[in-house]
Design a protein around this ligand. Structure first.
Ligand code: SAM
Length: 295
């Protein structure tokens, strides 16, 4: 059952249910079927796929996903929208509306699904970055993600070494996934029209990452490395990790990094070597606290 609504049907539904789209929840509804088709085709949905949709809203994607996949778990934080869609799909046995904040879903929810899922969603803009980070953390449960996100967030994720946007997000995503911007979307495909441009991203998690270090250690060490982007890397690591300059210099030498580089100029393999060395340094009681907590 296709649950896509035209702009006229959306306006009628909102009026009938006395709802005004909630800006704070990032409620911009997709009104262009072509874009919907693009999202579905990028996700290459197959009959045996289990799909987790984030922010199903009034169902622009939900119904068609359920037609193509084995099962759809559709998350929606807004109680009213969840209830409208739940009523509409009554009787359909392969959609479950999860009336929950996606950011609060625990790992055990995904492990209980017993198979890797495809993540689809027109993400609520205000929490696009935390959702993407969450997906990265959950990557072992995810086959791929096709998500609509604000262009500036996507740009920070796909940035390469040397770009001014190359930072924690880009480094983490390039370590733990293959990710691409696959389509730029006009603002007019939504009602209400958002102020920002969106893009569709495809993210394929790296299945096995060869390192004894956890993603959290990478994450937290990177946060420290990229904290002062204008300073050279020698100063950054000696200040952020509170180690003397000679030791910092020797770590950089071992990591084959020129001390005058800025953090956004580091290549991914240099970052990996540096994080491993910093982590070893932890064993010798160097300060690896982050935001007041030991990492
Ligand atoms: N999928 C629908 C569409 O394409 O028309 C709606 C997309 S709209 C950009 C984002 C949706 O996410 C809204 O329905 C909003 O209520 C919902 N949402 C906002 N914050 C959420 C959260 N933390 N967890 C789950 N859903 C959320």
């Amino acid at each position: 059952m296709d649950t896509f609504l035209t702009i006229t049907q959306i306006l009628e539904t909102l009026k009938k249910n006395k709802i005004t789209p909630n800006k704070q929840l990032g409620q911009n509804f997709l009104i262009d079927k072509n874009i919907r088709e693009k999202i579905i085709s990028f996700a290459e949905i197959e009959k045996q796929d289990i799909v987790v949709e984030i922010g199903c809203g009034l169902g622009a994607l939900t119904g068609i996903l359920a037609e193509k996949a084995e099962f759809v778990y559709a998350f929606e934080k807004d109680r009213k929208l969840a209830s409208i869609l739940r009523n509409k799909i009554e009787g359909l046995s392969n959609i479950k509306i999860e009336e929950k904040d996606f950011l609060e879903v625990e790992e055990k929810y995904f492990s209980s699904l017993k198979t890797r899922v495809k993540i689809i969603g027109n993400l609520p803009y205000y929490i696009a970055s935390p959702i993407l980070f969450k997906l990265l953390k959950l990557r072992k449960y995810i086959k791929l993600a096709v998500v609509m996100v604000p262009e500036d967030v996507a740009t920070r994720i796909v940035a390469k070494t040397g770009d001014k946007n190359f930072g924690v997000m880009a480094a983490l995503f390039s370590l733990f996934s293959h990710c691409f911007i696959v389509y730029r979307v006009s603002r007019t495909v939504f009602y209400p029209t958002p102020e920002i441009t969106s893009v569709i991203m495809k993210i394929i998690p790296v299945e096995k990452f060869e390192s004894e270090l956890t993603q959290d250690i990478f994450w937290k060490t990177l946060e420290k490395l990229f904290i002062q982007k204008r300073k050279n890397i020698l100063n950054v690591i000696s200040k952020s990790f509170k180690i003397d300059k000679n030791t910092a210099q020797s770590i950089l030498e071992q990591a084959k990094i020129t001390p005058t580089l800025r953090s956004h100029q580091l290549e991914i393999d240099q970052i990996v070597r540096l994080v491993h060395l910093m982590s070893k340094a932890k064993l010798k009681n160097f300060d690896l606290t982050f935001k007041g907590k030991k990492i």
